[in-house]
Ligand binder design. Structure first.
Ligand code: NOJ
Length: 758
């Protein structure tokens, strides 16, 4: 059997998960794009300067507050506020919207925003886990369900997806990213945007998405949050901007600027990127929001002397809405009066905000609250969250097929993440309740019965430095056939402003693991974390390792099913894994250098003769103590079966510009159970007018095969997928020689060759 995967319709197999047709009939907008433009023009012509400035203002409460002051209500009545953040009671949303629509002069509705990042009440795996599924359908479904839950609270705008390329696991926000690859990031971002927005933003359960953070935030130097991002222009265009371009093409409604500067210019004042690239080249016609205080923070950056200059520079760049600070509010009128900003420019910016409000159907139907939570935590939502969690777990090791476990074994359940309902939800959850989390211990007891599970967590939280629980944990291990250690990080150790310099499992986890390992029992490590942790030192203590990024509400049942073989692991790493922090960045799509590392020349520092002559050893790009390979490559992951790759074939060894070739291989499930393989297509452009990465992911597919089954997977590869920015910074595909691989990960695979010809 064989099937062909054309890259240009990656989502054609998606299905919408709601009863959208019904919703369309009930609530979708009747306005055409032309009607909307006409209405916007009419409206802006009636607006006072103050009302226009009002549309650039976002106010809110902190996410823990529930009240809204009389002062804010009056400001809405006066038309001084356009959008709100974190108003979290339906009654307050209703009250404010009613004032805006019924009591303000022009009745312009508000938009209510919230960080709905990986779930609202039903929590899905953190985005890094979603990326590990290599399954955009899972991302879309999670976003759809999140939107369906959030609209019950009046939320029609989420600050997601975050599509910052993240190559540095020290950076706490790697948790919120889709990892290091531009294609995987683009696919996951587009899928989430579709899930949030549907095909028609005016559907009552659609919420506007926000592509963030434009741009380069993930390249924070040293992985320290908010730090300067150093990105060469070609890399910015070929890697960092890619997911944003894909999102604009997919119709994302809004964009958020980043906190960082890029080569001396803070993103929130970056005229070239915001105006020339985003609006000019890409034709984005929604609106741009700053990040929290990122306009006034340009003063701290040293890019604006005061609030007024900051307002001027962001306005000049075309940043429409200011989140939380009031530089626009305080200075735009003055800047217009002084002739520094043309009012016609403000009009343009206001139109972009109003366009999104019209597209959301808010003018026609501002009363959005359904007043019911019946759909929240619906069994279908929980089933989808469990499925997402199952697909996101990556098996890193399974010596002698210890996993899957037989259900007649007695297990010791140990570790700080075995029963941590809050932590398993991960970062960026504001609206869920930990009581709804199903933890591993709960799920395992349910699956095996109380008597087969000896539970002693040993440590009550991941950073604990107390040995108090060690003896109970060791006792539990002694009384069991197998030790399951649930380690990792608490949710608070990743996310915004939570970077770490040391990536080992925190607290005394490694010490507890050492003591357990001394018992000589079979050991399984299950890590739940917000980032890749450096676990290389403890790997030899375990027979099997399941790496789960924080899995959300249904972590427990998903892990229990994987451990006991109800499901087979199918997640694959969305990042290259470091042995040690000193090796970062270690991303797979690096350049070759003039002295590429290789196994033949590598001499470990322990093997260097004493008093060796300075240049007697291979002078290649490697570390004396770690070599040059990651601990696990990008795309890596094991399952309970073995897949064999054979018979790589290319439909031609020349690829004419503007056309495609087919690249195929046979994938066979050689094991004795059904399992899923993520088949990956990589290329290398051998020579260019600018150097190219050693590998680039160009396509992938999840393939489920029965035991003994084999299939031919065929990818279609078009020259448009081979573009990069050449020496003159033009995006082109250059003729020349290429390598192509069909692979299980970025470090292996069957290789072929082709030539691109004019
Ligand atoms: C700051 C974060 O950087 C951004 O991602 C988030 O959406 C806003 N705060 C609003 O909470």
């Amino acid at each position: 059997m064989s099937f062909i995967l054309p890259r240009f319709t990656p989502y054609s197999r998606f299905h919408l998960l709601t009863n959208l047709t019904v919703i369309l009939l009930l609530g979708a907008s009747q306005l055409t794009a032309m009607d909307i433009e006409q209405k916007i023009d009419e409206l802006v012509s009636k607006m006072t300067l103050e009302e226009k400035i009002g549309q650039t203002a976002m106010r809110g409460t902190s996410s823990r507050e529930t009240g809204v002051s009389e002062e804010l209500k009056q400001a809405v009545r006066n038309g001084e506020i356009g959008t709100f953040l974190n108003v979290m009671t339906p009654a307050n949303v209703d009250a404010l919207q009613r004032i805006a629509v019924e009591e303000s002069r022009l009745g312009i509705p508000l938009i209510f925003a919230r960080d709905v990042i990986h779930g609202f009440r039903t929590i899905f795996p953190i985005p890094l886990g979603i990326a590990s599924t290599w399954n955009p359908e899972v991302a879309e479904r999670g976003a759809r369900i999140s939107a369906e839950e959030a609209v019950n609270y009046g939320i029609r705008w989420t600050f997601a997806p975050m599509m910052d390329i993240a190559r540095d696991p020290r950076w706490g926000r790697i948790a919120e990213s889709f990892g290091e690859d531009p294609l995987l990031n683009s696919d996951m971002s587009v899928a989430m945007i579709k899930g949030f927005q549907t095909d028609d933003l005016s559907n009552p359960t659609a919420i506007a998405a926000c592509a963030k953070h434009f741009v380069g935030y993930g390249a924070a130097e040293g992985g320290r949050d908010y730090n300067t991002a150093l990105i060469p222009e070609r890399e910015l265009r070929d890697i960092y901007l890619k997911p944003f371009k894909a999102s604009v093409d997919a119709g994302v409604a809004t964009i958020m600027t980043a906190f960082n500067e890029i080569d001396g210019i803070p993103a929130s004042g970056h005229k070239y990127l915001l105006k020339d690239v985003l609006r000019g080249k890409w034709g984005f016609d929604g609106f741009v929001v700053s990040d929290w205080a990122s306009i006034t923070e340009m003063i701290d950056h040293g890019y604006a002397a005061d609030e007024k200059e900051a307002a001027y520079k962001s306005m000049r760049a075309g940043l429409n809405v200011e989140m939380m600070t009031e530089a626009y509010d305080n200075h735009l009128a003055e800047l217009i009066e002084e002739g520094k900003i043309d009012e016609a420019w403000l009009d343009e910016m206001v139109k972009q905000v109003l366009r999104v409000k019209f597209r959301l159907g808010l003018f026609e139907n501002p009363e959005r609250l359904k007043g019911t939570e019946s759909e929240i935590l619906h069994p279908d939502h929980l089933a989808a969250a469990k499925e997402a969690a199952v697909q996101s777990v990556v098996m890193l090791k399974n010596d002698n097929y210890l996993l899957p476990l037989a259900k007649n074994k007695t297990v010791a359940v140990i570790g700080p993440l075995a029963n941590a309902p809050h932590e398993q939800q991960g970062t960026w959850v504001f609206d869920s309740r930990k009581e709804n989390s199903v933890t591993p211990i709960t799920a395992l007891r349910e699956m095996l019965g109380e008597e087969q599970v000896n539970f002693a967590e040993g440590m009550s939280y991941s950073r604990s430095k107390s040995r108090e629980g060690f003896s109970d944990a060791i006792e539990a291990a002694k009384n069991s056939d197998i030790v399951l250690f649930f380690g990792g990080e608490e949710a608070i150790l990743s996310g915004e402003a939570h970077s770490r310099a040391n990536l080992d499992l925190p607290g005394l986890q490694n010490e507890l693991i050492d003591e357990l390992a001394n018992l000589g029992k079979p050991m399984v490590l299950v890590v739940q974390s917000g980032r890749p942790n450096t676990i290389h030192g403890i790997l030899p203590k375990f027979d099997s390792v399941l790496y789960a990024f924080h899995l959300g509400t249904m972590a427990g049942p998903a892990l229990a099913d994987l451990l006991f073989g109800v499901e087979s692991p199918s997640g694959r790493l969305p990042v290259s894994w470091p042995y040690a922090v000193g090796q970062i960045p270690v991303h797979y799509n690096h350049k070759n250098t003039g002295r590429p590392a290789n196994d033949d020349d590598f001499v470990h520092m322990d093997d260097i003769p004493i008093h060796a002559w300075q240049s007697s050893l291979g002078n290649d790009s490697h570390y004396l103590d770690l070599g040059f390979r990651p601990a696990f490559p990008f795309g890596y992951g094991l399952t309970y079966s073995e897949f064999e790759y054979s018979d790589l074939e290319l439909s031609s060894d020349t690829l004419k510009m503007g056309t495609s070739i087919r690249v195929s291989a046979t994938i066979a499930n050689d094991g004795d159970r059904e399992a899923t393989e993520v088949v990956q297509l990589y290329i290398r452009d051998l020579f260019g007018s600018a150097t190219r990465p050693v590998r680039e992911l160009k396509d992938y597919t999840r393939l489920t095969l029965e035991a003994g089954e084999s299939q031919t997977v065929t990818f279609e590869l078009h020259t448009d997928q081979l573009t990069f920015h050449n020496e003159n910074m033009q995006e082109v595909t250059e003729p020349g020689d290429f390598h192509v691989w069909i692979s299980p990960n970025a470090a292996e695979g069957l290789m072929g060759e082709f030539e691109v010809v004019e």
